[in-house]
Design a binder for this molecule. Structure first.
Ligand SMILES: Nc1nc2c(ncn2[C@@H]2O[C@H](COP(=O)(O)OP(=O)(O)OP(=O)(O)O)[C@@H](O)[C@H]2O)c(=O)[nH]1
Ligand SMILES: [Mg+2]
Length: 441
């Protein structure tokens, strides 16, 4: 292909769609409370992407409260200031904080969680702070973050805070950034994943995608979420009811695949730049739009799936479409995971390595065809379990899922009562039916 026709339309569309997906996410709103210098900014810059505390735009909400946000990043931070000042000002800060939380309840600006930061090294909490935390805890989930936590004293401080029964969600020891003690001794960062995991347990479900997007400490969680979403997307889009299309119309698959890849990128929430995206897309046939990718699917990808390539003039069934799409989607998740991990560790992955990785992963999956575990999982979601072998780990997974769904421990008392009544009703009905059946005979 001539260089001049390399029009990048597919890459542009992917980037555009990714941003659209992110814009659709209701943002997660986090409030930071704590005296100046405890490490609020260091904390948020370590757990959330984009160095928000430095690069975000701050808008005053009240005299002592600033809202920090950045376009295209689905989080708003509310940063308090002035808590260390004299009593009368402290009083004002607290009032502003509580008023803002109360006023925004049920609205888009609702505060979902408060990180109340205390310096672990100071090892003390004032009576007025105890009261304030208790008041906050009545309005919103509060996590007490012990910043700059070092060793046993910080652990002890945590236990001490815990037994104060402040009505909070939890207390976490954090070292947000490595902390140098001597030239040769540095305390590594810690506690960030624990804080994020705890945060996930308290924020409403509708902002969990935004939180997955913005957090940068738990990459495995991003990957898991992306895989889960992709599995569901493929199962519903390319499953039963997918009208088979002729090979020549493989371009029809492309818009759905672009949507999938954009949504995966949005869930990951990492800045995938144009170069990286171009490299990844070029692996699957080029960057000049749907036609090209569609042609690539028919001439190269389908050939690799066992049993499919040999059907001359055949059609693409739902199964085949889902095999190709899964190969694209899951390989993409794997590549993004590797990229994110390498970014986290300050390393780089070369474009050549990326290309090779994506190519190998896709081919591997296509060659496995229906035997690929992700495909089996998708088919299981569609209720097709007959082809699973008894020792298949996916079968065990399904059984485990079913168990969790009906786990009686998870059902409340009232529901249990209702369920019992329902079951009794069914039993009576079926017994009546049974006697009728017998009579009929
Ligand atoms: N090494 C290390 N330094 C930290 C950590 N947390 C805070 N610091 C240091 O403590 C100082 C204050 O941290 P900030 O994050 O600016 O504190 P802040 O709460 O945002 O302060 P204000 O914005 O002034 O209210 C900085 O010099 C940081 O480098 C940490 O986890 N590790
Ligand atoms: Mg700050």
């Amino acid at each position: 292909m001539a260089k001049s026709s390399f029009d990048m339309s597919l890459v542009k569309e992917l980037m555009h769609k990714t941003q659209e997906e992110i814009n659709k996410m209701p943002p997660v709103n986090v409030m930071l409370v704590g005296k100046t210098g405890v490490g609020k900014s260091t904390l948020v810059n370590s757990i959330f992407r984009e160095n928000l505390s430095q690069t975000g735009i701050g808008k005053p909400v009240t005299q002592h409260l600033v809202k920090i946000a950045k376009d295209g990043v689905p989080i708003s931070l509310y940063d308090t200031r002035g808590l260390e000042l004299e009593k009368s000002i402290q009083h004002q800060v607290k009032k502003e904080v509580l008023d803002t939380i109360k006023k925004n309840k049920g609205k888009e600006d609702q505060i979902h969680v408060v990180y109340y930061c205390l310096n672990a090294a100071s090892n003390r909490i004032e009576a007025s702070e105890i009261d304030f935390i208790k008041e906050l805890g009545k309005e919103v989930p509060v996590i007490v973050v012990l910043t700059q936590s070092i060793g046993t004293p910080a652990e002890e401080f945590r236990k001490y805070i815990y037994q104060l029964n402040l009505g909070i969600v939890g207390v976490v020891n954090i070292m947000a950034q490595p902390y140098p003690i001597y030239e040769s001794v540095t305390i590594p960062s810690s506690g960030l994943v624990e804080l994020i995991d705890l945060t996930f347990t308290v924020v409403p479900k509708e902002v969990s995608e935004a939180l997955t997007n913005v957090q940068q400490v738990d990459i495995a969680r991003k990957a898991k979420q992306a895989r889960k979403w992709a599995t569901h997307y493929i199962a519903t889009t390319f499953g039963i009811g997918f009208s088979p299309i002729p090979f020549s119309d493989a371009t029809l698959l492309v818009p759905m695949q672009v949507t999938m890849m954009a949504h995966i990128t949005a869930i990951f929430g990492m800045a995938v730049d144009k170069n990286t995206m171009t490299t990844i897309v070029s692996v699957v046939g080029g960057t000049s739009g749907a036609t090209f990718l569609g042609r690539y699917i028919t001439s190269n990808l389908l050939k690799l799936i066992p049993g499919v390539g040999s059907i001359a003039g055949g059609i693409i069934s739902g199964t085949t479409a889902s095999i190709v799409t899964t190969a694209l989607g899951m390989s993409y998740v794997e590549v993004l995971t590797i990229l994110a991990k390498s970014q986290q560790e300050g390393g780089t992955v070369s474009m050549d390595q990326l290309k090779e990785l994506m190519k190998t992963k896709i081919e591997q999956r296509l060659k496995q065809g229906k035997q690929n575990p992700d495909i089996q999982r998708i088919r299981a979601q569609q209720g097709i379990t007959k082809e699973l072998q008894n020792d298949s780990p996916i079968k065990a997974e399904i059984i485990e899922n079913e168990k969790q769904k009906t786990n009686p421990i998870k059902i409340g008392v009232r529901q249990t009562k209702k369920l019992t009544q329902q079951v009794q009703g069914w039993l009576q009905k079926s017994m009546k039916l049974g006697t009728k059946d017998k009579k009929a005979k």
